[in-house]
Design a protein around this ligand. Structure first.
Ligand code: XMP
Length: 512
């Protein structure tokens, strides 16, 4: 069993970034809910624990708290932001609510003689995001960093190996962040760097094999890299016991259904049952324009189709889904009880209470690029591993307003042109995701000598590492021009094109 670090998740949007940074240090790391009992963690012999930040204040009476046995356990502990405040408050320190919260970059001065700051510059930029502050240290702790506005920016009890940092070492804006986590995990906790993605693959396959036994499993194939990797992992674990179900909900991209079935059957040799549910989904979406309602209806319908298909295969007990961490965190599921909900991601939200299948989500802790790395370890073809992400609810969340056959056709054709042009261009960096969105706006135009009154299509192309944050791609003007000209000329019903120049946050990647 590899040495494990657990992150206790208090609901920070970036909790998994902490886990990912630790994995980048070649140490296995997993997220657990903040209230996981120490007994449960102890059974897995953790070598270090990290408490995440969170959206709440420790000063309110029902603030999320951890099992007190965790601090007493003797396992090296690092609290980040909310996590540090919790340690400070519980150990007898004093906290206050700041008059004005501190967000963004700050210069942090550190005591380099502390092992947490070994090898870092004495002053550097760090990312702050807090409304409360520690003003009096608890007994046994010393102050090891400060910023102009925050006297206790980090604290340490070296004897008990308990540390706290008010700023966020997990985000890229904190220049010394990586080094701090390295110092904590390798230096203070003394963990070796022997974990690799191959270990994740082996371990996951073994876990699935043990959990499933001789039961039968079905898998939701969407065509994207996530479900392909999830299905392949499961098929390596249990072979013929897995049946993959591909639901054509009619919300797919151009030619996607045929491509998907071919790739999975012929290349990956998976056992695929393709279901044509196009009519059914369209009926469920009839007259629905609210984004959450769309997502929830699609999620429900998807599961309903699955359950019907599963019922045709005797003895099916499990359903595999390619849910990733960004889907989990932005949907506020039980694994992250304290997070704030952004949207109901399909695969996660909308599951009926009485679901009769148990879920297997082998990629739940991973980011997209980590999933691609797993795909490579599994030997999946490049064209599957490198596919751009596509949302579970498909084109429905790229049609603002009602989803009809006609509007689906329009956005599908528009999307194909956007993808074709961007795929053909040599771009550095290549956008992470790119697509067309059909807006509910109509505007006046002139084509030939006639007046038109038709649809505005928006083009979205983003750069991103993991879908959690994104920037709009600076596409070259000639490429934008080609896309725009082709859209208005080749797709009936479009007479105007806009380019989305918002980052995430404050926007999200998809429009709904
Ligand atoms: P947002 O719109 O939340 O998207 O900023 C972040 C990334 O997730 C994809 N996305 C989804 N993926 N089910 C998925 O599997 C969904 O319901 C879903 N909604 C968005 C989106 O395309 C982007 O890559």
């Amino acid at each position: 069993m590899p040495a494990t670090v657990f992150v206790l998740d208090f609901g920070a949007q970036y909790s998994q970034l902490i886990a990912r940074r630790v994995r980048e240090l070649n140490v296995y790391c997993e997220i657990v809910p903040y209230d996981t009992p120490w007994k449960e963690l102890a059974a897995r012999n953790p070598q270090a624990l990290i408490l995440s930040g969170g959206p709440e204040s420790t000063l309110v009476p029902d603030a999320p708290r951890m099992d007190p046995a965790i601090v007493q356990s003797g396992v090296p502990l690092l609290g980040i932001c909310y996590g540090m405040q919790l340690i400070a408050g519980d150990a007898g320190g004093e906290l206050v609510k700041l008059d004005r919260a501190e967000y963004g970059p700050a210069f942090v001065a550190v005591r380099r003689d502390n092992p947490l700051f070994a090898g870092v510059p004495s002053e550097s930029r760090a990312w702050m995001s807090h409304g409360d502050s520690v003003v009096k240290l608890p007994p046994g702790f010393s102050e090891i960093a400060s910023t102009e506005r925050c006297k206790v920016a980090a604290m340490a009890d070296d004897k008990r190996k308990i540390y706290g940092v008010q700023f966020h070492p997990e985000v890229a804006h904190t220049e010394i962040g990586r080094r701090i986590l390295d110092n904590f995990v390798h230096g203070i906790a003394g963990i070796g760097s022997d974990w690799r993605m191959e270990s994740f693959v082996e371990r996951t396959i073994a876990e699935i094999r043990e959990r499933v036994g001789s039961d039968k499993v079905i898998c939701a194939l969407s065509g994207g890299v996530d479900s392909a990797v999830a299905a392949t992992l499961v098929s390596r674990a249990i072979g013929e016991q897995l049946t993959c179900i591909f639901v054509d909900h009619g919300l797919l991209r151009k030619n996607e259904a045929a491509l998907v079935v071919e790739a999975f059957v012929e290349v990956l040799h998976l056992n695929v049952d393709a279901v044509d549910a196009r009519e059914r989904f369209l009926r469920r979406l009839d007259g629905v324009s609210d984004p959450e309602e769309k997502r929830i209806r699609i999620g429900h319908e998807f599961i309903a189709v699955f359950e019907e298909e599963a019922a045709k295969i005797p003895g099916v007990k499990y359903l595999v889904q390619g849910t990733l961490y960004p889907d989990v965190i932005e949907s506020k599921t039980p694994a992250s009880k304290a997070g704030h909900k952004i949207k109901s991601h399909h695969n996660v939200g909308g599951l009926p209470e009485e679901m009769s299948l148990e879920l297997i989500e082998p990629l739940r802790a991973l980011f997209k690029d980590e999933v691609r790395a797993v795909g490579k370890v599994l030997g999946l073809p490049e064209r599957i591993v490198q596919r751009q992400p596509f949302p579970g609810p498909g084109l429905a969340v790229r049609i603002i307003g009602d989803v009809t056959d006609e509007r689906l056709d329009l956005v599908r054709e528009a999307d194909a042109i956007v993808c074709e042009e961007i795929d053909a261009a040599t771009l550095d960096p290549k956008p992470w995701q790119y697509f067309a969105v059909l807006t509910p706006v109509k505007s006046v135009g002139v084509m030939g000598d006639g007046r038109t009154y038709s649809n505005l299509v928006a083009v979205r192309a983003i750069t991103s590492e993991d879908g959690m944050t994104a920037d709009w791609a600076r596409l070259p003007y000639p490429l934008m021009e080609r896309i725009s000209t082709r859209l208005v000329n080749e797709v009936p019903g479009i007479n105007r094109v806009a380019y989305d120049i918002t980052s995430k946050p404050p926007s999200t990647v998809e429009w709904e």
